[in-house]
Write a protein of this length. Structure first.
Length: 310
């Protein structure tokens, strides 16, 4: 998959495009992206996503916005779906002040030269969110592209949305969040060095820098990861490590990769959740903690890895 950072002319075959933040790349987003791909492929065209490195709300509302999935994570998920190219724009004040018509003419007309555009049922873009499906159809007649609108995905009568998924993850309802995502809840981050305490306990762990992804509540979870094509089961500990640290210590995400010996510090990995094993606990001795971790690992090894592994 080709990744283009910034506004540059593209040279794609009969490009079919879509735009959006696509936080989480959930079932609703997947419906849009798959429509782009299914439209492009029969005509030997290419599927392109126009997305943003920063959340538009962080500029328009003047407050930081939390992501389910970081930009790097979203790009991985889009590539898995079969997207050919992604144009990544920094959403800044200048872009926020761009009129909807100017946005369409510049990005879909001049730079991408789109033959078709797919949008969701509630897509809005441009200054004051004035751009929509109807404006695209009007400009498409002039600029030479067709437009399709995709209906939302609903589960149990509730429209799938990034906001709903973030709420479920924060509450620890990973099964419901996974239903809306269309895959297990996962975190992607960079493996960084911790304090080495896990190695001293006989269970070497690595800290995961999440790049501001939404994390589940504190606790110990079973999961799995794929490294260089091989699947490994993992323990994921989220919390302030109460046995060795003060109650208000920073929350960290530690990962123990079962039966894995190589060093992957500095690499990005994605850990996918299977189930919650227990709460974070404060043990009175290191031996008590070791016994608990051994029990966690035994439970982990008995679990089956879901069939979504790619």
């Amino acid at each position: 998959m080709e990744i283009i950072h910034g506004a540059h002319p593209l040279h794609l075959r009969r490009p079919i495009a879509t735009l959006g933040t696509f936080d989480g790349v959930h079932l609703g987003h997947q419906r849009i992206i798959r429509e782009v791909i299914s439209w492009a492929r029969p005509a030997d065209g290419q599927a392109i996503v126009l997305t943003f490195a920063t959340h538009p709300r962080s500029v328009t509302a003047g407050q930081p916005a939390e992501f389910i999935t970081s930009l790097d994570h979203r790009l991985v998920l889009m590539e898995r779906l079969g997207v050919n190219a992604v144009m990544v724009l920094e959403f800044d004040r200048a872009l926020a002040d761009t009129s909807a018509e100017e946005f369409v003419r510049k990005y879909f007309g001049e730079l991408i030269k789109a033959r078709g555009i797919v949008v969701g049922y509630n897509t809005r873009f441009g200054r004051n969110r004035s751009g929509d499906f109807h404006l695209l159809r009007k400009l498409g007649a002039e600029l030479g592209f067709d437009v399709r609108q995709v209906e939302p995905v609903s589960i149990d009568g509730r429209i799938v949305s990034s906001t709903a998924i973030r709420d479920e993850i924060r509450r620890g309802n990973l099964r419901q969040a996974a239903r809306m995502l269309g895959r297990p809840v996962s975190l992607m981050g960079t493996i960084v060095h911790g304090d080495g305490r896990g190695h001293a306990l006989g269970f070497p762990t690595a800290n995961l820098d999440l790049h501001h992804e939404t994390r589940p509540p504190d606790g110990v979870y079973a999961g799995y990861t794929v490294i260089h094509g091989t699947t490994y089961k993992v323990l994921i500990s989220i919390g302030s490590r109460p046995t060795f640290h003060a109650p208000l210590a920073p929350v960290v995400v530690e990962v123990y990769i079962d039966s894995f010996q190589s060093s992957i510090y500095g690499q990005d990995i994605e850990v996918r959740f299977i189930t919650r094993l227990r709460d974070q606990e404060r043990f009175t001795t290191a031996d008590e903690l070791i016994r608990a971790i051994r029990h966690d690992v035994e439970r982990l090894r008995r679990l089956e890895v879901p069939s979504d592994v790619d």
